[in-house]
Design a protein. Structure first.
Length: 95
């Protein structure tokens, strides 16, 4: 299959960029699994956790490029986690 000049081959594009690490934090394991599958299919590396305290621990461990946070989680809610992240980083956060 010939690609038009404006089309990108996903396999070649993946080789050109470093893998981005995405933190997925949600207390619903089914949602985490679904999001993880889609992101990994697109070439991202994922880290999954099920509460806000663990999300902050993983974030502070370094190497996270984006966080996807549930708002209502045990131990620390997503808003609190986002506030703590903002104290240390301007990393993108999706809630």
């Amino acid at each position: 299959m010939d690609l038009m000049p404006y089309q990108l081959d996903p396999a070649k594009l993946a080789l050109q960029r470093p893998r981005q690490r995405i933190l997925i934090a949600d207390d619903d394991a089914n949602i985490c699994e679904l999001v993880r599958l889609y992101l990994e299919k697109e070439g991202y590396e994922t880290v999954v956790c099920f509460n806000g305290e663990k999300a902050l621990e993983i974030f502070r461990g370094g190497g996270i490029d984006l966080a996807i946070l549930d708002i209502m989680m045990p131990k620390a809610d997503g808003v609190t986690v986002c506030r703590e992240i903002r104290k240390e980083s301007q990393m993108p956060v999706i809630m």
